[in-house]
Design a protein around this ligand. Structure first.
Ligand code: PLP
Length: 388
């Protein structure tokens, strides 16, 4: 296949790595396993000690929450304005979600509402770094310390983004999880990765995500028993009840190739986003998600609030008519999703998130070429002019 025929997203080493597996099989020599190579690269990129590949961010959040060794019914605080998956993970882990309001400018979890909702049962904060933006590390580390709470980070939408202190998403808490689902900055179809520098949490996360095998170690390449002793009839294998959340080698090969090109993908997303922000700032009908000064967003989407005077659906129709990509609204606040609304969990009030959600536009930033990105900009200019 000529290089030109590759879809832009898989234009790196994906094909070469997949072919390597097809030629040599699924049991390569020590150190050549793509899951391990990816885990090592991830740890280095984030300056964290341990990384563990999994088959999605949702499963990673579940295993990560289990790894914190909380007690059944303990409360985990999370923002209401996020896709529902982190709440699902909290519930899967036998914990109680507590929905917290968001800041109307950054769209991120509001520390003031968070503090109001902390109770004796609160044991962790699940920070969701939304749309490429990052929660402020100092603020939440201070609250976590004050109330003795763990921090778990959902970095699905904010790969290598940084807060205003230069702290990268995934490195401010006890454990963090990323997504490689098909819309994300990098993808292998579906997949995810967990990372932490805490060896006790790492071993638990690895066991919960890999069937509870008792021989597993925090860094996946250390085997503590010989093959021959493993094969004996007297050998017991499992030390806890774990899930099979493993990533397969083919996915890991693609995710590794994608990780090698993170800078390229981020550059493209930032190119279109920064230009869109300029257009938005000139208009009176849209207000872009605020990225604090000195922070670095990786713009999973370029998100903005549309004036209440304009119908969301009318704006979308015109944008598409002018050549723009179809875009998404913000996910309904978690408490309004039927799965949660009809469950037995308390639906805490989050008025800012509820109001904001109806007017958010998430423009796509994954066009993959300057030409296609410029087409979006033109469509945006025309749509803004039309409604202004
Ligand atoms: C903030 C957030 N968390 C979690 C997820 C779940 O990711 P995955 O599909 O890899 O489970 C997503 C994916 O859309 C997301 O946007």
């Amino acid at each position: 296949m000529s290089k030109k025929q590759y879809f832009w997203r898989f234009d790196g080493n994906e094909n070469r790595y997949l072919n390597l597996i097809l030629k040599r099989g699924l049991r390569p020599k020590k150190g050549k396993n793509f899951n391990l190579l990816l885990e090592k690269k991830w740890s280095k990129l984030h300056r964290l000690k341990y990384s563990m590949t999994v088959n999605s961010c949702t499963s990673g959040l579940h295993a990560g929450l289990c790894a914190l060794s909380l007690n059944k019914g303990d409360e985990v605080l999370l923002p209401a304005l996020t896709p529902v998956m982190p709440a699902n993970a909290i519930i899967f882990a036998g914990l109680k979600p507590v929905f917290v309001d968001v800041d109307p400018d950054t769209f991120l979890i509001d520390p003031k509402d968070l503090e109001k909702k902390i109770t004796k049962k609160s044991k962790a904060i699940l920070l969701v770094h939304l749309y490429g933006n990052v929660c402020d590390s100092k603020t939440f580390q201070k609250i976590a310390k004050k109330y003795n709470l763990k921090i778990i980070e959902d970095c699905a939408e904010s790969l290598v983004a940084k807060d205003k202190n230069g702290v990268m998403a995934g490195t401010m808490g006890d454990i963090a999880v990323w997504s490689f689902q098909s819309a994300k900055h990098i993808t292998c179809g579906d997949g995810g990765i967990i990372a932490t520098s805490n060896p006790k949490i790492a071993i638990m996360a690895r066991k919960y995500s890999n069937l509870g095998f008792k021989f597993l170690q925090p860094s996946g390449d250390r085997i503590i028993v010989s093959k021959s002793s493993l094969q004996r009839p007297s050998t017991s294998r499992f030390s806890l009840i774990g899930y099979n959340y493993r990533m397969n080698e083919f996915s890991a090969a693609i995710a590794l190739a994608q990780t090698e090109r993170i800078n390229h993908f981020i550059k493209m997303r930032r190119y279109v986003s920064l230009k869109m922000i300029k257009e938005i700032n000139r208009s009176k009908i849209l207000k872009a998600q605020v990225v604090p000064k000195k922070a670095y967003s990786t713009f999973y989407t370029l998100s903005a609030v549309l004036s209440k005077k304009i119908k969301w659906i009318d704006f979308q129709k015109k944008f598409i008519l002018f050549g723009g990509d179809s875009f998404y609204a913000a996910s309904k606040i978690i408490q309004d999703e039927p799965s949660i609304k009809n469950s037995r969990y308390k639906l805490h009030k989050t008025p800012v998130a509820k109001k904001l959600q109806k007017h958010i536009i998430n423009f796509c930033t994954n066009q993959g070429s300057i030409k296609l990105a410029d087409k979006q900009l033109k469509a945006l200019k025309k749509t803004i002019n039309y409604f202004s």
